[in-house]
Write a protein that binds this ligand. Structure first.
Ligand code: AMP
Length: 115
């Protein structure tokens, strides 16, 4: 746990946030500033600043985050129409919170390429 990391505080329960999913190593909650009707963030409890910094030992964790995102997509009824999963990494991608998080976005038609 990093003392000044907002997502560490959310994951540990220090900041009260409603979880849509919680396990030993992952939590999911709704984004504060949703960019789509469904906008969920999935984070590991372990503090990893950027997706570029994952180690071999994190492979299963990242796979699990994707599994849980698919599970939540089904719960949100966006499985059929489709959805997007995004990891922003670093400044050019617009990463604001330096604790990895998987955005699950859906419920509207999206454009490509993204802005
Ligand atoms: P990124 O730009 O990929 O770093 O995304 C960070 C996301 O975290 C943004 O979509 C914010 O709206 C979201 N966010 C920041 N603080 C909170 C919070 N306390 N609860 C929920 N979402 C948050």
């Amino acid at each position: 746990m990093e003392k000044d990391c907002i997502f560490c505080k959310i994951a540990s329960g220090e900041i009260g946030t409603e979880f849509l999913y919680e396990s030993d190593d992952i939590v999911a909650f709704r984004d504060l500033n949703p960019q789509a009707p469904t906008h969920i963030l999935l984070i590991p409890k372990k503090h990893i600043p950027k997706i570029s910094e994952i180690k071999k030992e994190d492979e299963a964790l990242i796979g699990k985050m994707i599994d849980v995102a698919n599970l939540l997509a089904a719960k949100e009824n966006i499985l059929e129409n489709g959805y997007r999963m995004v990891f922003n990494c670093g400044k050019d991608a617009g990463q604001e919170v330096f604790h990895i998080h998987l955005h699950l976005l859906g419920g509207r038609k999206m454009i490509w390429p993204p802005g």
